[in-house]
Design a protein around this ligand. Structure first.
Ligand SMILES: *Cc1c(COP(=O)(O)O)cnc(C)c1O
Length: 404
């Protein structure tokens, strides 16, 4: 490592809160599926900033939209109208089939906004006694890092010493429709769930789970809130992961790839009167719905569709999964995935996934470990067959490597 690389890492360590444990690479440039470090080494990005850069790094059309808008108008606040918000609403509603949109910034803010909205809906429409609303969530969920959200996490690392937490959440196992049926009471306003649990290590529920969940929510007048912040916008090979089971959520949360990685943009989408219960002054955000965010998100959605990225995610994801399954290595316990949301789970004896990610870095691939034993693979949706094969070759040699 050159001294400049050491300086960046050491300076971060000296001044920054140590709430991350990054792989030892300092990136300075990106284009499509590739990123380069400060020394000019090239890597295939198999994390895509946790799926925020689905459209590929520095997509030229999103970049152009951002620069053009930044020259004209960046922020008005919602105290005034701007000439981008209406177009963003129209286009995201047309794309997703939603009726109402609430623009926010981070994913966690979208989740918080949905929680507020479904509670309000519960009191004002469903008739739940004030203060009694219950929201059901799943074990091993990941919905973000705010106090409200970490309060219903089941991960000790995420929660410990951050309390006291807000009440009103009930935790059930993921993928278990009978547990949902049992947990619902007359005061249940919503079931908040990820279609595939991303941070938990790409956990895919059994087939038919969401069909049953949809039925239970409808039968009990419970809002089904799907957190598609990671699974949405093509990542799993469909626009929304809910389409794999042909269901429709009542409330859908988008973030991450909604801006193609240029800027934090998130949204709460609803098909009914949930968002309709919010009145002026009851919720807001200084930056939410700003013209720069809207222009970036409009371009990010447009290229996703126009450049066939969703279909490509389905095609390349199938190729990638097949290729992973073909790797004969005794380090591998299981491979799983849908579209370009993939994971390799290692045997406990194989050692920590982190070591394999560091070895992959040496071979020109950046991937991220999650929960000790899992390597997550989620390249930009613009990846080609040749690039998939290139990655598979390197994964195969790394996973058959003996670290003992
Ligand atoms: C990343 C993520 C979030 C939180 O998004 P932030 O922008 O980091 O606040 C919420 N839910 C899911 C499923 C995510 O993957």
């Amino acid at each position: 490592m050159s001294s400049s690389v050491i300086d960046f890492i050491a300076t971060e360590a000296r001044f920054g809160a140590h709430n991350y444990e990054p792989i030892g690479v300092v990136l300075s440039r990106g284009e499509g599926v590739w990123v380069w470090d400060t020394e000019g080494n090239r890597y295939l990005d198999c994390l895509s900033a946790y799926s925020a850069v689905s459209q590929g790094h520095c997509h030229p059309k999103i970049l152009a939209a951002m620069v053009e808008q930044a020259h004209r108008l960046t922020l008005t606040s919602r105290a005034f109208h701007n000439d981008q918000l209406a177009l963003f609403y129209e286009e995201i509603a047309a794309l997703t089939g939603s009726h109402k949109v609430l623009p926010m910034n981070s994913g966690a803010e979208a989740v918080e906004s949905a929680i507020k909205s479904v509670r309000k809906w519960g009191y004002e429409v469903k008739g739940v006694p004030d203060g009694a609303a219950e929201i059901i969530v799943c074990a091993n969920n990941f919905h973000g890092r705010t106090l409200g959200i970490v309060g219903f996490s089941t991960d000790p690392e995420t929660r410990t010493h951050f309390g006291p937490f807000a009440p009103g959440f009930k935790i059930i196992p993921f993928g278990d429709a009978a547990a949902l049926e049992e947990a619902i009471t007359p005061n249940t306003v919503a079931f908040l769930v990820e279609p595939i649990q991303g941070e938990a290590g790409v956990v895919i529920p059994p087939a038919g789970y969401f069909t049953k969940v949809r039925e239970l929510c409808t039968a009990n007048n419970v809002m089904l809130v799907l957190d598609e912040i990671q699974t949405g916008l093509g990542r799993t090979g469909k626009l929304l992961a809910e389409q794999h089971e042909g269901i429709e959520a009542d409330v859908t949360l988008l973030g991450k790839a909604l801006s193609g990685g240029f800027y934090p943009v998130s949204a709460v989408l609803s098909n009914n009167d949930v968002l309709g219960t919010l009145r002026p002054g009851q919720h807001g955000s200084t930056f939410g719905g700003n013209p720069l965010a809207c222009a970036v998100a409009r371009a990010a959605m447009r290229v996703l569709v126009e450049e066939g990225m969703i279909e490509n995610a389905a095609r390349q994801g199938a190729r990638f999964l097949e290729g992973l399954k073909d790797i004969r290595a005794n380090t591998i316990r299981e491979v799983r995935g849908r579209g370009l949301m993939l994971a390799v789970e290692l045997h406990p004896e194989a050692g920590r996934a982190r070591r394999y990610c560091e070895a992959l870095q040496g071979k020109g691939i950046l991937a991220k470990d999650t929960h000790e034993q899992t390597i997550r693979i989620a390249p930009p949706l613009v990846i080609t067959s040749d690039q998939v094969d290139w990655a598979l070759e390197r994964l195969a040699t790394t996973l058959t490597q003996d670290f003992s």
